[in-house]
Ligand binder design. Structure first.
Ligand code: ADP
Ligand code: MG
Length: 313
């Protein structure tokens, strides 16, 4: 494995949670309606299976090549991202820093295929009978990059990050059933039966009861005092993003005499012209920049204020 591959891998696969995020986005891109995630060994061993469209044998071999992507066709497509993945780096990166077994089957194929990959190279190929979809088994993440391995936190910390990532993906895909197991224990289970059910399944009855639907999403009512900054869930064009601008708009809009110093529980889904969003600021695609930042700030602020004012009446 070349040094540059491994360095690039470090940017995409920072830790088990960021790896899982990439894999979930692949499963969602493939149109899956059910995704199962099994995690062991502090996040170094991960198996994800989906019921998406799957890959042909050729595409399976191609998928682990750097810049192999079925998702960009012209330069202009880079500015019109409707799918999550767009760089063709995730699988190549993951395969370069772990031991991977990748299996897949399409509807039209009689049987599926399975390849094992070590340090980025295919070491074996077998036919495999399986249902439509894709399964990736990652073992011993960072086995060949001791420096990265050293940066892994204790199991509890890595597991908390993984749970948060899966929750954020499940929240924005309420039509998809997610199951997450940590060391064999089921910690997340959604049924894929819509937003109300998904919120109920991810949080608790109280959260749902106190939630107000508004034009941009959902806002928890004032009684939910335990919310922190982490309970501001913001999505742009279906992708979870962290944005200081959006966070500030929410907090400023939420501010009243009564809520002073508190954070809301809020879920916001924004649709913004892809030309006005730069998602390439950071390889993790989590940090975004808006070209019309002021307009977006005002819009979010005003919508939240409206809910707060209605609530006061
Ligand atoms: P990207 O998602 O940016 O295209 P990835 O490295 O994440 O790049 O994946 C490479 C390719 O492998 C994808 O473009 C897709 O064609 C295929 N692929 C990956 N995961 C799946 C999956 N779960 N189901 C079907 N195809 C997949
Ligand atoms: Mg991808």
């Amino acid at each position: 494995e070349t040094v540059s591959n491994i360095i690039a891998a470090g940017e995409v696969v920072e830790n088990p949670a960021s790896m899982i995020k990439e894999l979930l986005e692949n499963s969602l891109d493939a149109g899956s309606s059910a995704i199962r995630i099994e995690v062991r060994n502090s996040g170094r061993d991960v198996t994800i299976s989906d019921n998406g469209v799957g890959m042909s044998q050729d595409d399976l071999f191609l998928s682990i090549e750097r810049h192999a992507t079925s998702k960009i066709f012209t330069k202009d497509d880079i500015f019109n991202l409707h799918t999550y993945g767009f760089r063709g780096e995730a699988l190549a990166s993951i395969a370069s820093v772990s031991k991977v077994k990748l299996s897949s089957k399409r509807e039209e194929d009689e049987g599926g295929n399975s390849i094992t990959v070590l340090g980025g190279k295919v070491t074996s190929h077998k036919e495999r009978s399986m249902n439509r979809g894709t399964e990736i088994e990652v073992r011993e993440l960072f086995f060949n990059t001791p420096a990265r391995l050293k940066f892994l936190r204790k199991k509890g910390t890595e597991y908390a990050k993984i749970k948060e990532i899966v929750l954020k993906e499940a929240l924005v895909s309420p039509e998809v059933a997610f199951t997450l197991y940590l060391d064999g224990r089921e910690v997340i289970k959604t049924s894929g039966r819509g937003m109300q059910n998904t919120i109920l399944e991810l949080f608790n009855k109280n959260t749902l009861k106190n939630l107000v639907e508004f034009p941009l999403g959902y806002l928890g009512n004032l009684e939910l005092t335990r919310a922190t900054r982490d309970h501001i869930y913001t999505y742009v064009n279906g992708r979870y993003v962290k944005s200081a601008l959006l966070e500030k708009a929410v907090i400023d809009g939420y501010y009243t005499k009564l809520t002073k110093g508190r954070y809301p529980f809020v879920i916001i889904f924004l649709q913004i012209d892809p030309h006005e969003v730069d998602v390439n600021v950071h390889p993790s695609k989590k940090v975004v920049k808006f070209s019309e930042g002021n307009t977006i700030y005002e819009e979010v602020l005003e919508r939240i204020k409206e809910v707060m004012e209605e609530d006061e009446e």
